[in-house]
Design a protein. Structure first.
Ligand code: SF4
Length: 215
């Protein structure tokens, strides 16, 4: 708190407002259009986002990087890929010299690209019909890790399978199964899938195993 004003919450509100502006707009009722980001993340999360959404908590401006670039549209109009009567819709951050580029904010330098970013980039290479793709991760202290990827058909077939699954479950109004991963700890639906965070107890493992300090 500084003076009468809580500057932290002012900044959080600002980030949240910009985030809402930059979000890819989804028409929840149009289940024949599936957005690529919905199938590279947990399908249950995407289902809740459409049927009974909770607001996501954004933690910093790095979360907004990709959305800001998409909004500037460096040659990257959204594109659709037909899967029978379903449209898979994707949008890249940038198209440069016939290569697709994605930019992501990250806490630290990475040895490997994140799996959902690889799936997203690979699918974009099929949707935009390009053979080269690059993901650039940028940390808060301006370090970058860059990875280049060639397109892979099997990986895209997995995306197509997930598009069909999400479409079917939305039609049948059935909640997708849990997909436990590191994504869960930051997911706004954690308490629906697992337990109320406030009920979690701190367990002293040493004490439980009888190695507690007896002095
Ligand atoms: S908590 Fe995990 S399993 Fe549940 S919706 Fe979120 S990402 Fe999916």
């Amino acid at each position: 708190m500084m003076g009468d004003r809580d500057f932290r919450s002012i900044v959080e509100n600002a980030i949240s407002s910009i985030g809402k502006e930059l979000n890819i707009e989804i028409d929840s009722a149009d289940i024949q259009t599936i957005h690529l980001h919905e199938v590279v993340q947990c399908l249950r999360r995407s289902y809740y986002d459409r049927i009974d959404p909770l607001e996501i908590e954004r933690r910093g401006f790095s979360d907004l990087l990709s959305g800001l670039l998409r909004r500037l549209q460096y040659g990257s109009e959204p594109k659709e890929f037909a899967i029978e009567d379903i449209r898979l819709k994707g949008q890249v951050d940038m198209l440069v010299d016939d290569s697709i580029m994605l930019f992501r904010g990250t806490a630290g330098e990475l040895d490997n690209p994140l799996a959902n970013d690889v799936l997203y980039l690979n699918a974009c290479m099929w949707i935009y019909d390009k053979s080269d793709g690059i993901i650039v991760y940028i940390t808060g202290d301006k370090k970058e890790s860059t990875f280049s990827i060639s397109r892979n058909k099997k990986m895209f077939e997995e995306i197509i399978r997930r598009v069909r699954v999400l479409n079917d479950l939305l039609k049948e109004q059935k909640i997708p199964i849990l997909e436990p991963s590191t994504e869960c700890s930051e997911c706004q639906y954690y308490e629906r899938c697992f337990m109320k965070k406030k009920n979690a107890k701190h367990l002293d493992l040493a004490e439980m195993l009888g190695f507690g300090n007896k002095e």
